[in-house]
Design a protein around this ligand. Structure first.
Ligand code: ADP
Ligand code: MG
Length: 381
């Protein structure tokens, strides 16, 4: 944090008006459900993007990242063009664009940021960037927007300005998560519940395994799955698949002609039910019961939605074989990260088994860390 403020001073020659941070996230359960108006259950990571920001009144937007070569990106806030490219700067610039589109008087800013969220690992480094920018501008310009409203604007920035068709989970997690909790989020109306997730108190740990691979297939596949879900909703006469109750899944499947659509519908409807089951286990104080639900969710992502890959399947298989309570890929798939629920006493054995399985298969060594449920975005000074 002090580095970011100091670097801001060196870059722009003045103190920043403030410093903010916003975390990356990992999703415990509820995958490919957020664009179906369904349920998700993410937690914020201790890894955050930190931004030092000052207002400007001359319509100039200056953006700088400590993590990217290429210097300060200078833009005209009045002339921001959606989908104009612009690399990393499109994320914070898109937030300024979305705020202005919504009628908020943002007249420019100097921004310097640095992030500890691994990029492209499915841990939402992009949402961290958007949310930290949105929160800073909300505070500095006194916009009075709520956290869910900031998340919506950040999502709009990513969808319409950057051009990534993501759902609402990532930005909401970064903006709204609470330390020691998972967020039980209804993505239809953004109603949310903070569910206590104190794994240490139960002698448990949640590991994140970043496979360090990102298969090129991913982007097109996300759009394909999304289209299949939308086709399924249309065929079933509902606005979104969240409206299909799990109890009526078989009847719904029987009405679908396309095998692909049927598999996608089965995944989404069953994963919504798994979110509710995990919520019930946590409410009942039985977090160990969450494990098998995670593994079941992985099988659904692998076999029905078909968005897993060899590396993610290997994390799950090797972790479970080494005694993990359960594991699943998390995020969009085709690489990125998996989550593994383990007894705290088994963290080392399970980690070692996954690393050995990767070495034996000739894969790049994965990065394994413990996910401590952390706070959402906040002002640091
Ligand atoms: P994820 O959100 O899963 O990490 P994305 O592809 O959605 O992956 O977002 C990664 C992109 O976000 C990077 O390619 C880069 O453009 C931007 N980004 C993330 N962190 C930083 C950073 N510290 N500095 C500059 N850009 C960043
Ligand atoms: Mg992202």
């Amino acid at each position: 944090m002090s580095d970011v403020a100091k670097e801001f001073r060196e870059l722009y020659g003045a103190e920043p008006e403030g410093v903010w941070e916003a975390p990356g996230r990992v999703n415990l359960i509820g995958e490919y459900t957020d664009f179906n108006d369904g349920f998700v259950m993410p937690l914020a990571l201790p890894h955050t993007a930190v931004a030092a920001v000052s207002r400007r009144t001359d319509g100039v937007l200056r953006l700088h990242s400590a993590d990217v070569a290429g210097g300060v990106v200078q833009l005209d806030a009045d002339a921001l063009q959606p989908l104009a490219g612009g690399g990393w700067a499109a994320y914070p610039a898109g937030v300024v664009w979305a705020l202005r589109e919504a009628g908020h008087p943002v007249t420019g800013a100097d921004v310097h940021l640095a992030s500890a969220v691994p990029t492209g690992a499915g841990l939402s480094s992009s949402a961290a960037l958007e949310v930290v920018t949105a929160l800073a501008l909300n505070d500095l310009y006194g916009l009075g927007l709520t956290r869910p409203e900031l998340a919506r604007l950040a999502q709009r920035a990513e969808n319409a300005f950057v051009g990534v068709p993501c759902g609402i989970m990532d930005q909401t997690a970064s903006a709204c998560c609470a330390e020691g909790h998972v967020l039980h989020l209804d993505t239809r109306d953004l109603s949310l519940r903070q569910v206590p997730f104190d794994l240490a108190a139960h002698g448990l740990a949640l590991l994140v395994v970043d496979t360090r691979v990102k298969h090129a297939l991913g982007d097109g596949a996300y759009a394909d799955r999304r289209a299949a879900c939308e086709a399924g909703a249309r065929a079933l006469g509902v606005r979104a698949l969240r409206e299909i109750p799990y109890a009526r899944l078989d009847a719904a499947l029987a009405r679908l002609d396309s095998e692909t659509v049927r598999r996608c519908v089965r995944h989404v409807v069953s994963d919504n039910e798994r979110v509710e089951r995990v919520a019930a286990h946590l409410a009942a104080g039985e977090p160990r019961e969450v494990g098998p639900v995670l593994t079941e969710g992985h099988a659904s992502l692998r076999d029905d939605l078909r968005v897993s890959c060899a590396e993610l399947d290997l994390v799950v298989a090797s972790a479970v074989a080494a005694g993990a309570l359960g594991a699943r890929m998390t995020g969009g798939g085709f690489g990125g990260s998996a989550v593994v629920l383990v007894e705290a006493a088994a963290v080392d054995t399970v980690t070692k088994s996954v690393e050995e399985a990767f070495a034996a298969a000739g894969h790049t060594a994965p990065r394994v860390f413990e996910a401590l449920p952390s706070a959402g975005a906040r002002r640091l000074r």
